[in-house]
Design a protein around this ligand. Sequence first.
Ligand SMILES: Nc1ncnc2c1ncn2[C@@H]1O[C@H](COP(=O)(O)OS(=O)(=O)O)[C@@H](OP(=O)(O)O)[C@H]1O
Ligand SMILES: Nc1ncnc2c1ncn2[C@@H]1O[C@H](COP(=O)(O)OP(=O)(O)O)[C@@H](O)[C@H]1O
Length: 274
Amino acid sequence: MITTGAKSILGLSIASSPKGFPDSNSRSVGVLRACVSMEGSQTMSSSKNGSISELKSINGHIGQKQGPLSTVGNSTNIKWHECPVEKVDRQRLLDQKGCVIWVTGLSGSGKSTLACALNQKLYQKGKLCYILDGDNVRHGLNRDLSFKAEDRAENIRRVGEVAKLFADAGIICIASLISPYRRDRDACRTLLPEGDFVEVFMDVPLEVCEARDPKGLYKLARAGKIKGFTGIDDPYEPPLNCEIALGHEATGTSPIEMAETVVAYLEHKGYLQA
Ligand SMILES: Nc1ncnc2c1ncn2[C@@H]1O[C@H](COP(=O)(O)OS(=O)(=O)O)[C@@H](OP(=O)(O)O)[C@H]1O
Ligand SMILES: Nc1ncnc2c1ncn2[C@@H]1O[C@H](COP(=O)(O)OP(=O)(O)O)[C@@H](O)[C@H]1O
């Protein structure tokens, strides 16, 4: 074992400021703080390549007594691991606050269009977003789920958990799913700190969505060829206390106006700065 100071941890020299790591840029502060905060535990293994075991020893994990074990659902004997680089550090790097914009509404109400317009607006402002779209997530992670109520609930639960991880990464996560049940959406809200879950309701009447019918799904549902289609023969529960309801004159009716409404909300609530 050798002993070293924070300056050489992770191979970064704070004094010499290597290429791609500006020393006076405010975005580097979080990283610097994280390195400096490791100074208390200066023992490193002699490994030359900065291996995982070396990082763990910096973290004080090796040779320490394990903390309490937990049981969560069917996962027994599990333990939560902390890291000195935290959400607040990632947010400072990105100059924004991680949160979840949960877009709910009928098929054809404009969820995906809004998600995309919002992503573009925020990107232009230099803010990092990621979209979790129901249709898309069902192509992979949630391909095993149908549209019966319990599978929709599991769909929402998984996306809620993933969105929470994105928010913890400091990213503005836009989740756009029908999410027809209030209870499922509220459960996602409880996963996040107060204020970090922004429910956006696409308040567009069924008749309008059905007239749009870009995928021809309403037509198939009306013909009885799709069973359990939301709004036709499956329920949709509108939010009772959402942060933003779109589709009215007051909040704009074009996708760009709607996106601007959401951006204004995020700005007002301080999410577009660290
Ligand atoms: N039975 C039924 N009901 C509603 N929607 C259906 C159904 N079957 C397939 N689709 C297509 O699936 C998309 C909705 O997926 P979601 O994951 O957002 O749905 S849910 O939140 O689990 O209810 C939905 O996409 P959007 O139109 O973008 O909402 C449809 O393309
Ligand atoms: N604000 C809007 N005004 C008019 N048409 C819209 C608006 N937003 C979306 N659309 C159109 O409505 C259809 C459904 O939009 P989409 O975003 O796919 O809805 P969803 O994701 O809720 O199913 C598309 O043809 C889209 O071009």
